[in-house]
Design a protein around this ligand. Structure first.
Ligand code: H79
Length: 432
């Protein structure tokens, strides 16, 4: 349900499921794209000497023959993968959950699956005693953050995948792998992908298949949060929607959602891609997402050795610095679309209980006001700028309020004006 004029807004979170409670509060997570594709580092030199570039789609987009692809995977040795360092980077960013690719479209399992040998232990040059998913589980548990696994239904490697007659054999193996993941690592979330109808190879996944898989998984673990790409019916399948590389332009308040986005222009590691987004853009994206009731899943792509690129680590650290400054993170964690005001052009507004957080990205000049257009009647009881003692004058003005903070912006990324409002969180919608 997309918010629009005439919509009735509940003042409280409409979701009561205990299962998704942490997901709705945490707001900010780390996506990790890591697979045998990472070992190409984005470049395939064809037999004729020309170079083809891609990241996690390199097998298909560069037409790499299977024997060459398998040969490259056999040399994969991410010895420098350091789960503690990964979790530290996530924590430093203010992220509260991690979702790592356990198997992408290439079909290569990043844990020692017993289902086949196309995996990081049995088909690599990596230490046979290591298990990076187990290491991540241990590190996330120790740090008190959640862990989820991405799993691609679409599989380019399994010969039984593409034909409807053999597909049930593939499906059995997929169920077995998912049972290994759920029983062996107790993930908090599963992030499916590749359910869409795609050719080359043909994808026989049907509507019924998604429904069946989801109930199978909840039979294994009732608390699992599952994204909507488990099935083809994007709105009813799974717990939440998954816009990719985009943030919805308006609040979406009737369905949980999470925007996944890259830090540069690729999901998997690509050594030639240095087109990094600025931490200012990233923080503003996170604020916009929260203000529209969504989560932000921001991606890193470790290199062939398993190291998160330093430009990624730096930007994540800068995001965390902003969130930790003067309680500005209050505008994100546990916050959501407020329902009380229209989105302003000068920033974004989120709400938590009786607080509105107006994150100002375009500071008014020359005593001009920040205007808030009220959607429903409410009062402003108090106002302050987080991280400063500056005066904030609030006056009723026509269809809402004018806010005039004294002086200059406190923070160059976004300055948060905290408004204490009435009605509080327990007031019924549309009153006050
Ligand atoms: O895992 C990441 C992507 O690999 C996956 N989803 C995210 C989370 C994804 N798969 N497909 N898509 C996203 C969209 C499809 C893009 C395509 Fe293409 C355009 C497929 C073929 C042309 C992008 C460009 C991939 C290859 C070339």
């Amino acid at each position: 349900q997309v918010a629009g004029p005439g919509t009735d807004y509940a003042t409280d979170d409409p979701f009561t499921s205990d299962r998704t409670n942490w997901f709705r509060q945490d707001r900010f997570g780390m996506f990790i794209h890591f697979g045998s594709y990472s070992n190409w580092e984005g470049e395939y030199r064809r037999p004729d000497g020309s170079v083809c570039r891609n990241a996690e789609w390199i097998k298909r987009e560069c037409g790499i023959p299977m024997d060459a692809y398998e040969k490259q995977a056999a040399t994969f040795n991410p010895a420098d993968f350091d789960a503690k360092a990964v979790v530290k980077a996530a924590k430093d960013a203010g992220m509260r959950y991690i979702v790592i690719t356990s198997k992408h479209h290439e079909g290569y399992a990043m844990w020692p699956t017993k289902v086949n040998s196309w995996n990081l232990r049995d088909h690599s040059a990596f230490d046979k005693n290591r298990d990076i998913l187990a290491e991540l589980k241990q590190a996330t548990t120790a740090a008190g953050i959640k862990l989820g696994f991405y799993y691609s239904i679409w599989d380019w490697h399994d010969p039984d995948f593409a034909s409807p007659t053999t597909f049930p054999k593939y499906e059995q193996r997929m169920y077995a792998q998912l049972k290994e993941l759920v029983d062996g690592y107790h993930p908090d979330l599963l992030w499916f992908d590749g359910e869409w109808s795609t050719e080359n190879p043909h994808n026989p996944w049907s509507e019924r298949d998604g429904e069946r898989l989801e109930s199978y998984l909840h039979g294994l673990s009732p608390d699992l949060v599952v994204n909507n790409r488990v099935g083809k019916r994007r709105v009813v399948d799974g717990d939440y929607g998954t816009p990719e590389q985009e943030i919805p332009a308006a609040p979406v308040d009737g369905q949980l959602w999470e925007s996944c986005m890259t830090l540069n222009d690729h999901w998997g590691y690509a050594r030639y891609d240095q087109n990094w987004k600025s931490s200012t853009t990233l923080v503003r994206n996170l604020l916009a997402t929260t203000s529209r009731s969504g989560n932000y899943l921001l991606n890193v792509g470790p290199d062939a050795r398993g190291r998160i690129p330093q430009p990624s680590v730096d930007r994540l650290r800068q995001m965390g610095d902003w969130l930790r400054t003067s309680g500005q993170g209050e505008a994100v964690y546990g916050a959501r679309y407020g329902g009380l005001v229209d989105e302003p052009a000068w920033g974004s507004v989120s709400r938590k209980g009786d607080k509105l957080y107006a994150a100002v990205t375009q500071w008014p000049s020359g005593g001009a006001a920040l205007h808030l257009k009220a959607r429903t009647a409410f009062d402003v009881k108090a106002a302050r700028v987080l991280g400063s003692g500056q005066q904030v004058r609030v006056t009723k003005a026509g269809d809402g309020f004018d806010i005039r903070p004294s002086g200059a912006a406190t923070n160059a990324v976004a300055t948060v004006v905290e408004l204490t409002v009435n009605p509080g969180p327990t007031s019924p919608a549309g009153t006050g």
